[in-house]
Design a protein around this ligand. Structure first.
Ligand code: C2O
Ligand code: CU
Length: 454
């Protein structure tokens, strides 16, 4: 009897469709990991990166099926903008979409009027262009995406990564950008508001994870080659809780951590980044994620394989020492501002609340430039929310009273259900900055406000 049940389970991969959740693409059809093409630098001068990005409709093939998509320069993910700390970045955006768009520079301290948000400037109309300019003063892994009709436009594939290198950091043999997004069939959901979207919350069969646009790819290396991998969760709704055997976490959203660590799982809420250092293990290493739902955490479903690394054994790699030595700031218990996240979905689409208010009917709070403020974020709702602030990085002081092991500067931090997260902010960038949930359906459903730095 037991044997029969086991056999039946092996034969039928479960109730979520034909694909086994662990083996997303099947053994036969695995594609190599695509390396995300970098944008061409139009300015030969050192210290200046000048690129052109055209946003246009097209298609993106997922598991052999062409799906409607919006793309930057015809690719998903969009081109990586690869700069050196101290560079100026100039981006000529051409909007060839049918709708208005903008580009927001997630995690970058851009000047307020270059932030790509519609509170400060009208979006770029269809058929027109706009030039963004900023200086890149902080090394790290950032990303870019539209900030108008955000839930829809990001979901259709408008996103790319910005890598800002610091030549003072040790070099690795390989430096990989890994962009994660869950893609399902366009229109697979019956919610009228979501027609044409690809996002999925927790059904890995209908919405498989893609890595650099491909489901369950493979990447080959050798054991002597050190790897730095930059992990970016660009999904508008789906969380990652990644198990990468042997990975050393070296950076969060805003560059190097004070000290490295080796977590069992690297957790990435939508919008989050992390960087890992890795000495490849001989043979095949599967990198997996739990199936994580924002309304309760790790689900009962089997883990999902994201990709496999194959490493030929040619001797051991030695990982360079990293960590910038910064120690965490002690929390003195003082609170400058409190944000309470609450609410839920509503019929008129504005039921997600911050301090009882739904965008755009919000109170603008102000904090002084250059002085330490402490923001306390409380989550009273029955689902988690990735808290994101534009234009200024913050230090995580604690999550439910527990301080991080090393100094940790972020721009996006998950706030678990019924939890309190305390953040220290010394604003360096004046202006009106959006503060919102990075579950983009929540953001578009009201969970957004403005923090003024004056
Ligand atoms: Cu990723 Cu308001 O942004
Ligand atoms: Cu939310």
């Amino acid at each position: 009897m037991t044997l029969l049940v086991l056999l039946a389970c092996t034969a039928a991969p479960g109730s979520f469709g034909a694909r086994s959740p662990v083996d997303q693409a099947g053994q036969d059809a695995r594609l190599p990991l695509p390396l995300v093409a970098e944008a061409e630098d139009l300015d030969p001068a050192a210290g200046a990166l000048h690129v052109a990005l055209t946003a246009a409709a097209g298609t993106h093939s997922v598991e052999g099926v062409d799906q409607p998509a919006d793309l930057y320069n015809g690719q998903v993910p969009g081109p990586t903008l690869h700069a050196t700390v101290g560079d100026t970045l100039t981006v000529d955006l051409q909007n060839a979409l049918a709708d208005s768009t903008t580009i927001h520079w997630h995690g970058i301290a851009a000047p307020n009027d270059m932030d790509g948000v519609t509170i400060l400037a009208d979006p770029v109309p269809a058929g027109l262009g706009f030039t963004y300019a900023m200086s890149l003063d902080h090394a790290g892994t950032y990303w870019y995406h539209p900030h108008v009709d955000t839930h829809h436009q990001v979901d259709l594939g408008l996103y790319g990564v910005v890598v800002v290198d610091d030549p003072a950091e040790p070099a690795f043999d390989d430096d990989l950008v890994l962009v994660f997004d869950a893609w399902g069939e366009a229109g697979a959901e019956d919610d009228a508001n979501d027609q044409g979207d690809h996002h999925g919350v927790f059904n890995p069969s209908d919405f498989p994870w893609t890595v650099n646009g491909v489901v369950d790819p493979t990447w080959s290396t050798t054991t002597s080659r050190t790897l730095r991998a930059r992990l970016v969760n660009t999904s508008n709704t789906s969380y990652l809780d990644i198990a990468w055997p042997g990975a050393v976490r070296i950076a969060g959203d805003q560059g190097l951590l004070g000290a490295t660590d080796t977590p069992d799982h690297v957790f990435l809420a939508p919008g989050d980044r992390a960087e890992i250092a890795w000495a490849p293990i001989a043979g095949d290493t599967d990198v997996t994620t739990t199936v994580y739902v924002p309304a309760g955490g790790d689900a009962w479903e089997p883990d999902v394989r994201l990709f496999t690394v194959h490493a030929e054994d040619d001797g051991a790699a030695t990982l360079p020492a990293l960590g910038d030595g910064a120690v965490p700031t002690a929390d003195d218990g003082r609170t400058t501002l409190t944000y309470v996240f609450a609410g839920g979905p509503s019929e008129d689409g504005d039921g997600w609340l911050i301090n009882g208010e739904a965008w755009p009917d919000v109170t603008v709070e102000s904090i002084p430039l250059g002085e330490p403020s402490v923001i306390e974020v409380r989550n009273l709702s029955a689902t988690e929310h990735p808290f994101h602030l534009h234009g200024n990085a913050f230090e995580v002081l604690s999550v439910d009273g527990v301080a991080p092991a090393s100094a940790d500067f972020e721009d996006t931090v998950n706030v678990p259900i019924r939890s309190v997260v305390r953040l220290r902010l010394v604003p360096t960038n004046p202006g009106d900055w959006l503060l919102h949930c990075h579950l983009l359906g929540h953001e578009d459903g009201g969970m957004m406000t403005i923090l003024r730095v004056e």
